[in-house]
Design a protein around this ligand. Structure first.
Ligand code: XLS
Ligand code: CA
Ligand code: CA
Length: 438
């Protein structure tokens, strides 16, 4: 069989002292830590769109990498791309992948032709999945690239566009089920607006909720038993994206009664674009019972846009993995590298270096997050910080048995609060640093 990436070897774990740049230093897939193999803790996935499709274009320049994989016509290219994808996943020990419908097969002249292409390519991918023992983490529909979606998909002012989007999502859910995917993502690419002078926001939000309801119920009717995720993002491509951040999405889901069937797919770069930390967004998802899956990447804090870089910031991966552990670990979700190499990193080998960097950053993040938990000082500090809710008036507040009159009497008798204790932020940050540099 043709080898698509001769410059990429089968990457193995060699431990932290290795000098081999094509080896893992922290990711040891079958090593059991905290009760399960690392591959099950981390559930790494390859994003088809970046790794297999993105050619390095930006708004100032054309591509720098050839991702046609030697194919001639579009469907031959799509099949070569699929074979290349599975070779890459094998070489990097990646168990899962994620795709948009249009990543795996090019859009045809009509919806019927596009759907027929999806049938053909998913037959092919299904065989590859069995042969290479890979799983689909989640599927999604690209309802943002085609010009028909210029004013939105589910939030378009044009009912014909709404109908087209519904049909496209229906098919995307069908192929996700066909490939055994345990997740389906809705990212509202064009679901937002540029100016209220031409926009009926109330109608657009009502319509978007209806599209989610219709398509998610359809998925259940054909046997989809995984999780639906909304992926928040505050800006790009529109100025005001409706799914701004985790809190906004949780409010939206509750308003429309969709909160029982939807969770969140949190992307690190989208968190920082919203002015939040990655950990904040994960925490909001967790406390709302909506923690689902993660798009693992990072942005550049000096740029105001979505750079989708491979995650290398250990501090962030530790705090992320702490949230994942506290959420009970991944069930249907995982860590999808929604990340791409920089435009100047144009060698295929750079794709491997990028994945090694990202996978090792999360593997080390997992190992250190477990140490933070084992160390116990941070959890203990937080517990103590709220200890006043365990007895006396605090216990009554916790039990929800306190009356307003009782609280007033208590406050009057107290005079002034004399029991505040230090938040000790610097002491806590130093604990994390000591664990990192131990
Ligand atoms: C784009 C989004 C997209 C989603 C899937 O910014 O991150 O890639 O993850 O549609
Ligand atoms: Ca994403
Ligand atoms: Ca992004």
């Amino acid at each position: 069989m043709k080898e698509f990436f001769p410059s990429i070897p089968y990457v193995k774990y060699e431990g932290k002292d290795t000098e081999n740049p094509m080896a893992f230093r922290y990711y040891n897939p079958d090593e059991v830590i905290a009760g399960k193999p690392m591959r099950e803790h981390l559930k790494f996935a390859m994003a088809y769109w970046h790794n297999m499709c993105a050619e390095g274009t930006d708004m100032f320049g054309v591509g720098t990498v050839d991702k046609s994989y030697g194919g001639g016509d579009p469907m031959e290219q799509a099949k070569n791309k699929a074979m290349a994808a599975f070779e890459f996943m094998d070489k990097l020990s990646i168990d899962y992948f994620c795709f948009h419908d249009r990543d795996i097969a090019p859009e045809g002249a009509t919806l019927a032709e596009s759907n027929a292409r999806l049938d053909e390519i998913t037959d092919f991918i299904k065989e590859l999945m069995e042969k290479h023992n890979k799983k689909l983490l989640w599927g999604t529909a690209n309802c943002f690239n085609n010009p028909r979606y210029m004013h939105g998909a589910g939030t378009a002012p044009n009912a014909d566009v709404f109908a087209f989007a519904a049909a496209q999502i229906k098919k995307a859910i069908e192929i996700t089920v066909k490939l055994g995917g345990k997740g389906y993502v809705y990212w509202g690419g064009r679901e937002g607006y540029e100016t209220l002078l031409n926009t009926d926001m109330g109608k657009e939000l009502d319509n978007m909720a209806y599209l989610l309801k219709l398509t998610s119920e359809y998925g259940r009717s054909i046997g989809f038993d995984g999780d639906y995720y909304i992926e928040p993002k505050p800006k790009e491509p529109t100025k005001h994206q409706y799914d701004f951040d985790a809190a906004t999405v949780c409010g939206f889901l509750a308003k429309y009664g969709l909160d029982k069937d939807f969770k969140l797919n949190i992307e690190a770069n989208h968190a920082t674009l919203a002015g939040h930390t990655f950990q904040h967004e994960l925490n909001v998802a967790r406390v709302n019972g909506a923690f689902g899956s993660i798009d693992a990447n990072q942005g550049d804090m000096l740029l105001g846009w979505d750079t989708d870089q491979f995650p290398t910031n250990i501090y962030d991966t530790i705090l992320c993995m702490l949230e994942v552990i506290k959420a009970g670990g991944f069930t249907n979700g995982g860590l999808n590298f929604d990340a791409k190499t920089r435009r100047g990193s144009y060698d295929y080998a750079d794709m491997a270096y990028a994945y090694i960097a990202g996978m090792d950053a999360f593997a080390l993040g997992l190992r250190l997050a477990l140490k933070v938990i084992e160390d116990g000082r941070i959890d203990e500090f937080v517990k103590t910080r709220y200890a006043s809710y365990e007895s006396g008036i605090g216990e009554k507040i916790s039990n929800r048995t306190a009356t307003i009159e009782e609280l007033e009497k208590y406050a009057l008798e107290m005079g002034e609060v004399k029991t505040n204790i230090s938040g000790k932020q610097e002491y806590l940050e130093n604990i994390i640093n000591r664990i990192i540099f131990a």
